[in-house]
Design a protein around this ligand. Structure first.
Ligand code: ZN
Length: 147
C-alpha cells in the first residue's frame, strides 16, 4: 500500500465513524462552523481548563472530507495546550495552502491529519477541509480576549 492509499483509508475511517462525534455535557464553549458552498455544518464543543484543551468533540453533518477533517482535528488537539493547538492549526492551514510540504514537519505537527495533504490540489474541497480548524481557531482567539 502506498502513502496515498493509507491517507485515503485514514480519511474514510474518520468520515465513517469518529470517537469524537458526540455532545460534551461539561463543555466550556461551543461554536458552529458553516460552509455554505458545500453544506457542511458542524459545531465544535470544547472543554478548556486553563491553557489546556481537556476535551474537544463535534456534532453536525457534512461531506466526508469535512467530517474526517473535524474528527482528525479533535483527535490531534485533545489534551494539548492552547498554544500547541494554535501552532498545529497554523501548520494545517499552511499544508492545505501548499505552503508547507515537508512530510517530516507535517507528520510531527499533525499526526494522522497529514492524510488531508492532497486537498491542497483540490481547490473545491479546501473549504471543507479547513472548516473545523478555522472554527477552533476562532474559539481559541475569542477565549483569549475574554481573559
Ligand atoms: Zn464539504
Amino acid at each position: 500500500m502506498d502513502m496515498k492509499q493509507i491517507y485515503t483509508q485514514i480519511v474514510m475511517e474518520h468520515a465513517r465513524e469518529s470517537a469524537h462525534r458526540h455532545d460534551l455535557a461539561d463543555a466550556t464553549d461551543s461554536e458552529r462552523g458553516h460552509n455554505p458552498s458545500c453544506g457542511d455544518d458542524i459545531t465544535l464543543h470544547i472543554k478548556r481548563e486553563g491553557d489546556r484543551i481537556e476535551a474537544l468533540s463535534f456534532t453536525g453533518h457534512g461531506c466526508a472530507i469535512s467530517q474526517a477533517s473535524t474528527s482528525l482535528l479533535c483527535e490531534l488537539v485533545e489534551g494539548k495546550r492552547v498554544d500547541e493547538a494554535k501552532e498545529a492549526i497554523e501548520t494545517f492551514l499552511a499544508m492545505i495552502k501548499g505552503e508547507e510540504e515537508d512530510d517530516d514537519v507535517l507528520e510531527e505537527q499533525l499526526g494522522d491529519a497529514v492524510a488531508l495533504k492532497d486537498i491542497s490540489h483540490m481547490p473545491q474541497r479546501v473549504k471543507c477541509a479547513v472548516l473545523a480548524w478555522r472554527t477552533l481557531n476562532d474559539m481559541l482567539e475569542k477565549e483569549n480576549e475574554e481573559k
